[in-house]
Design a binder for this molecule. Sequence first.
Ligand code: NAD
Length: 278
Amino acid sequence: MEFNLDLTNKVVVITGAGGIICGGIAKALAPSKAKIAILDLNLEAAEKVASEVNAIGGTAKAYKANVLEKASLEEVKEAINKDFGTVDILINGAGGNNPRATTSNETNEVGVTYEKDFFALDESGVRFVFDLNFLGTFIPTQVFAKDMLGKKGCSILNISSMNAFTPLTKIPAYSAAKAGISNFTEWLAVHFAPSHIRVNAIAPGFFVTNQNRALLFKEDGTPTARTEKILAATPMKRFGEIDEIMGAVKLLLSEENASFITGTVIPIDGGFNAYSGV
Ligand code: NAD
């Protein structure tokens, strides 16, 4: 059954909304009557999503924003306040991994030479991934949650990941940063409970998007060994479809249905997190 979310007169800010998951969330929110601010470093991608939302009867506008630059976010907030009003809902979607923070080998054996092992990881790549995923949620929350103080029905949704529960091999910075996001979600939920701001997260399992395509498929489109391992560890034996994220998103954003839900991280993973592999 379709779950209709009513966000009439609500202003929703989505970061990383030019991307696959958050662009999908923006489109799923189009019928809710929310006014949606589509933020992305890539303005062209944000504009494409905004026009798609508007084409299906929603209200959206694209803004170029870097989640790591507070001053740029404050400027964007001013523009959003002028265009739509003060912010009610923030979805912290910008994030992702980077090859510079990825090892070539899953485990380390003494005496074996690897293309790029743990010891060769570039510190600046690790910092890039940690900043994007952790500070990229922290800073926008500082900027946009200010608008929520003193209002009712406000909430924040963060995007964690499977690797927050148990780290995935090869991606230590991304795993640690997403564990930080789950932890920060709980911290914010406690901190803002008296201010009536609910804070939750979703932890998507495996969905094919721009940031992980190269890890999942070879250049010729055939699955990598990692894809085979992921599917073997996913009891439903498939990747998720972007639409399958929307039920949890709509539930968590719904004041009517989730008024007592705060500080949760909901896995959307085809059973990956529940499966020990045996
Ligand atoms: P994506 O690459 O399609 O989208 C990410 C978007 O963030 C891009 O449009 C990019 O331009 C934008 N972005 C990057 N740096 C930015 C910055 N500094 N400021 C503003 N925008 C910036 O990836 P996606 O898979 O849709 O990722 C969305 C979120 O979901 C991320 O937080 C990611 O870590 C998380 N996630 C993805 C998966 C998956 O399987 N794809 C699983 C778990 C969690």
